[in-house]
Write a protein that binds this ligand. Structure first.
Ligand SMILES: [Zn+2]
Length: 550
């Protein structure tokens, strides 16, 4: 298949898109069109790195929605995931995630031990945190935990296991038997495919590193002879030890361009989503190798756009990442699932400072699925996708606090006051039962975490007790005057305007009066829009506090 064919795939999907309101339905059509046997196998894959982050979740969630749609249509579906853990560690990661998914610097682990393992497969490198069987097992566990946190059931496969157990034997045998064809195909995609090139990297029995200089192949014995020479990986050179040795087909690995189609064969893959980088890189060669060298049908592909985080490319080394556990401190799992339910071909930015907008969008999407939004385009998408973003579709539309309002409540510690404020503002219905109230208020902690993480205009704490303050007589008079206005029943906007007016009347700077207010309510010198915040609070409390009485 040439690059042009992959454009055709896109066109076919676009046509199918027109018939459906949810992209996963269109992909499911394409898969069914290939008449696969049940169970339908959907694959994702990941290379072990320092941190499992939200970019990896693309691989989990894109496949998940397609799996769910196919299950709704009566198919048995397996969602499998390969960890490309026979790959060598190429360079030291700058950041690692510990077994709880918390990001730590390289300084917190034995970096020297990691450095000595450069060039070895991830499965042969000890877990830097000393818990799992290997670096690879540690990383795979992180990803499995993320999938579980998002409610997605995946079957993890270790590439190393697939080699060691002999599952890959027929693939390796075929590639090495068809080595001339393999070289010819490869030559169309990369420079390194000369007459001596053998697409198999044995693990040196002496130094444990992957090597690439195969000197002869014995198809009957299923072994290769090699010399452990230097290996170029990207910009790095991994030094060989010079050892002459023999390795079996189970003691090495295929280069990635062959390994990927090999996975399709041994796992019987029907569908695989992948990022744009693969679409331009290894997908066309993978299809060619599958058809020409292995003689198998490639799976149905789907290309997704990478999203950016805070406007920048996701990057572990640059520190521009967010993990699933981190994001779950800020968002409900259904909101994260919603983010990945949006169309995969559209580039998006996940801006943590504007998570309120994402949550508002989700709330509208949820409301639309209950027929509460007068917009057919939103409603049609919501009806198709919403059931797959929540654990269970509730009979009644869930009560949700707007995220920024939840952030306002996050400035208040007292749960009873939070509930009262939410009821006063009409965000909780009068007849709501205890469970509804509890579920609605659960968002407050997340919005409060958000305020702390972003340090935005909601990152303040209402002081339950009167802070120690010292005001001059003019300020004291102004605060008393303001108290009288609040006692008269002024709303938030009126209080905000009254702060300016009162300051002017008492011949003090408005900024100084605001500061006095922030001192009284937050024990800070600055804060949110004060008038509106005070308008949300209990009137009596505000009046007493302005009078420095409690
Ligand atoms: Zn060696």
């Amino acid at each position: 298949m040439s690059a042009d064919d992959s454009v055709d795939e896109t066109a076919a999907t676009a046509e199918s898109d027109d018939r459906h309101d949810f992209w996963a339905e269109a992909i499911a059509d394409e898969i069914e069109h290939g008449e696969p046997d049940d169970p339908i196998v959907i694959k994702g894959g990941v290379s072990p790195s320092g941190v499992a982050h939200l970019g990896n979740v693309n691989e989990i969630m894109r496949g998940y929605f397609v799996a769910e749609v196919l299950r709704d249509r009566g198919h048995a579906v397996r969602q499998v995931f390969t960890s490309d853990d026979r790959d060598p560690l190429r360079k030291l990661p700058r950041k690692l995630a510990d077994s709880d998914g918390q990001i730590v610097g390289l300084g917190e682990v034995d970096a020297g031990a990691l450095g000595r393992n450069l060039g070895k497969p991830y499965t042969d490198i000890p877990d830097p945190f000393g818990k799992a069987d290997s670096y690879a097992a540690h990383f795979a566990a992180l990803l499995e935990a993320d999938a579980e946190r998002l409610g997605v059931d995946i079957e993890m496969f270790s590439n190393t296991d697939l080699y060691v157990e002999g599952t890959f034997d027929p693939v390796v045998e075929r590639v090495l038997r068809e080595v001339d064809t393999a070289r010819d195909v490869l030559a169309e995609y990369q420079a390194k495919a000369g007459d001596d090139y053998v697409p198999f990297n044995p693990i040196c029995s002496e130094c444990g590193k992957l090597t690439e200089t195969v000197t002869s192949v014995d198809l009957d014995a299923e072994t290769v002879d090699y010399v452990c020479t230097d290996m170029e990986v990207g910009d790095e050179t991994i030094e060989g030890c010079g050892h002459d040795g023999t390795a079996t087909f189970r003691e090495g690995k295929l280069p990635w361009r062959f390994e990927w189609p090999g996975q399709w064969q041994v796992l019987d893959v029907d569908f695989e989503p992948f990022g744009k980088d693969h679409a331009e890189g290894s997908w066309p060669s993978g299809v060619d190798i599958a058809e020409t060298v292995l003689g198998i049908e490639p799976p149905e592909p789907m290309v997704y756009e990478w999203f950016t985080l805070n406007g920048e490319t996701l990057s572990s080394s640059a520190g521009n990442i967010v993990t699933v556990p981190e994001l779950l401190e800020l968002l409900e799992p259904e909101v994260i699932r919603y983010f990945f339910a949006l169309h995969p071909r559209k580039a998006r930015d996940l801006d943590l400072s504007q998570l309120d907008q994402l949550v508002d969008d989700f709330d509208r999407f949820e409301a639309a699925s209950y027929g509460a939004v007068d917009d057919e385009s939103v409603t049609a998408f919501a009806e198709a996708a919403y059931p797959h973003t929540v654990d269970e579709v509730a009979d009644e539309q869930p009560t949700r606090l707007p995220y920024t309002f939840a952030a306002v409540l996050g400035m208040v510690d007292d749960p009873a006051l939070r509930e009262k404020l939410a009821r006063d503002e009409g965000h909780i219905p009068a007849d709501a039962d205890e469970a509804t109230v509890e579920a609605a208020l659960a968002r407050v902690e997340r919005a409060r975490n958000w305020a702390e993480r972003i340090d935005n205009a909601y990152n303040y704490r209402l002081q339950a007790d009167l802070p120690e303050t010292e005001f001059d007589d003019t300020t004291v008079d102004a605060l008393d005057a303001l108290a009288a206005i609040v006692a008269d029943g002024a709303d938030g906007e009126t209080i905000q305007a009254a702060i300016y007016d009162t300051a002017r009347e008492h011949d003090i700077e408005p900024g100084d009066l605001f500061e006095a207010g922030y001192r009284l309510f937050f024990d800070e010198t600055q804060g949110p829009r004060l008038g509106e915040f005070l308008g949300d609070l209990e009137q009596e409390f505000v009046v007493d506090r302005l009078r420095r009485e409690r």
